[in-house]
Design a protein. Structure first.
Lengths: 120, 187
């Protein structure tokens, strides 16, 4: 009896198992396992994408970051400036205390300073 | 609410593909800090390499621990760079200090080092922040812009958590509960 095995996105499906059951269970199991693993991986990736969908895009919700100084010599404004410096944004002064927004943030250079040096 | 100013800066580029909104808090303002942590997706705890955290800071951390913190990123923001020899010791002690309050912390980022700054930004821009369970079903809104319009207080912001219902009361921290007159979408 012929056995049709489909591998790939449809997964593995034995149409007619017939007499060759014993030899096929090993292959069956392996394909089942692989499909399972593939599905779990896809689900995990999908879960991350859907969870971050709120934040992504130009009109996505901004991620709210609270900067809390724990000692008197640390200023939240300086922390924000250091973080913004990496992003290459030319911003207005962040407030000493308050809210400041970076819209659609990205990283502009890789190794900080190296690109600029090479290009000059 | 008086301390909430609003500044927006527009910057387009490509890598992290997200917007960030920073709430800068003054030192020793307990209630402002607590309120900010209620709405924040990320909390950046800024330590110093020169000054130890005092009793007030300790109490603040315990209070935040009790309230429930979202995703935490710890940084060292010192006015001057650390001595290379002393640095590993300082970083280690700061990490163990913060791990007492937030056990999930794996490392402390040094804002004097550019690679660490990048890693900090990456930590707050990528992935999904872990939020306290009690926030899940609640509607929250950070007031980006607050003004009086026709005798009513108009608060503008992004609604988070659960959908905003006009039939339910709104709680303004330190001011109390209020009825909603109108909900409108600002384009």
């Amino acid at each position: 009896m012929t056995l049709k095995l489909y591998s790939g996105p449809l997964g593995r499906l034995a149409r007619k198992s017939g007499q060759a059951g014993q030899a096929n269970t090993a292959a069956q199991n392996r394909l089942n396992r692989r499909n399972q693993a593939r599905q779990t991986q896809a689900q995990k990736r999908q879960a991350l994408v859907s969870a971050t969908r709120v934040f992504s895009g130009v009109d996505g919700a901004p991620r709210i970051v609270a900067i809390i100084p724990l000692t008197p010599d640390v200023k939240a404004r300086d922390v924000v400036q250091s973080l913004e410096s990496v992003l290459g944004t030319s911003t207005e002064q962040p407030p000493e205390t308050g809210i400041c927004k970076l819209r659609y943030v990205c990283e502009v250079t890789f190794g900080v300073g190296s690109f600029a040096d090479d290009c000059s | 609410m008086e301390w909430a100013l609003s500044l927006t800066t527009a910057h387009r580029a490509d890598r992290f593909k997200t917007s960030l909104q920073f709430i800068t808090l003054p030192y020793r303002h307990l209630y402002a800090t607590l309120d900010a942590c209620k709405v924040a997706d990320y909390v950046v705890l800024a330590l110093s390499s020169e000054v130890e955290v005092d009793n007030w800071g300790d109490s603040l951390l315990r209070t935040l621990q009790a309230q429930g913190l979202p995703e935490v990123v710890t940084v060292v923001a010192s006015p001057s760079p650390m001595e290379p020899k002393a640095k590993p010791g300082i970083m280690k002690s700061l990490l163990s200090f913060i791990q007492y309050f937030v056990p999930t912390q794996q490392r402390v980022f040094d804002l004097q080092t550019s690679s660490d700054v990048l890693n900090t930004v990456r930590a707050i821009s990528e992935g999904r922040p872990e939020i306290s369970k009690w926030r899940e079903g609640r509607t929250q809104l950070l007031g980006e812009h607050v003004e009086y319009v026709d005798g009513l207080l108009a608060v503008t912001g992004v609604v988070r958590g659960a959908p905003l219902s006009a039939n339910r009361l709104i709680h303004l921290p330190t001011y109390g509960d209020f009825q909603v007159s109108k909900v409108s979408v600002k384009r």
